[in-house]
Design a protein around this ligand. Structure first.
Ligand code: HEM
Length: 211
């Protein structure tokens, strides 16, 4: 079996020839094996993605005053708000790489055995066949079966923590600073470059109204 795995922020690529550990030999047309998570980079995985959710989520709320007001007036909306921000801003653009174990037909396309597959989560999260009005930020959206944390065997291990952090950070931020606004034009904000993660380099804000 020639399998190897690239990774979600912090995973090292093992040589394809390496024998996979028995525990990883499971069925399925897509298989990922030979993973070594470097602890430090693994930590960044949890840090960078959640930091991005908070920063980009805050930006989305600043840019959608009615939605922001809704959350400020009703903090109990936080869980649903964070789900929608995860869908709408998708901090991870892509899932981890998969390798096809055999030819796989998906719709009109056949993925040949051995090919690398990179699923675009951010695109799936704007799929109009799944979400009504997908380009609209709606903090009350229900149902909201987004793929921001991936799906299946490798569903994000840190999802509950990220959700909680997002809920606490965003509700606290807008409660503590109800007049929070951007310190510079949104068009001039710099976005970080990278294949897997999406985020801002900085989010300069003015915290309080100046009299
Ligand atoms: C908003 C924050 C986060 C987002 C959007 C996110 C997103 C993702 C995605 C898309 C995957 C790949 C799923 C797949 O390929 O099917 C993943 C995997 C993973 N995430 Fe996260 N993540 C976040 C926060 C965290 C945190 C806080 C931690 C740890 C404290 C964490 C640890 C992991 C680990 C260990 C995996 C690999 C799971 C596996 O391969 O079985 N993530 N995450």
């Amino acid at each position: 079996m020639t399998v190897h795995r690239l990774a979600h922020r912090g995973v090292e690529l093992d040589p394809p020839s390496r024998t996979p550990p028995a525990a990883d030999q499971r069925d399925g047309v897509f298989l990922e094996l030979g993973v070594k998570v470097r602890r430090t980079r693994g930590l960044l995985a949890g840090y960078e993605t959640t930091m991005s959710l908070i920063a980009v989520g805050a930006l989305a709320l600043i840019q959608h005053p009615r939605q922001r007001e809704l959350l400020q007036q009703n903090p109990a909306l936080a869980p649903s708000a964070v789900e929608e921000l995860l869908r709408y801003t998708s901090p991870a653009d892509f899932a981890t790489f998969r390798i096809a174990r055999e030819d796989v037909a998906i719709g009109a396309v056949t993925i040949p055995r051995g090919d690398v597959v990179l699923a675009a989560l951010a695109s799936a999260n704007r799929d109009e066949s799944q979400f009504s009005d997908p380009e609209t930020l709606d903090l009350t959206r229900e149902p909201n079966r987004h793929l921001a944390f991936g799906v299946g065997a490798h569903f994000c291990l840190g999802a509950p923590l990220a959700r909680l952090e997002g809920q606490i950070a965003l509700t606290t931020l807008f409660r503590r600073f109800p007049d929070l606004r951007l310190a510079k034009a949104a068009e001039t904000l710099r976005w970080r470059r990278g294949l897997l993660l999406r985020g801002l380099e900085q989010l300069p804000v003015v915290l309080e109204r100046t009299a």
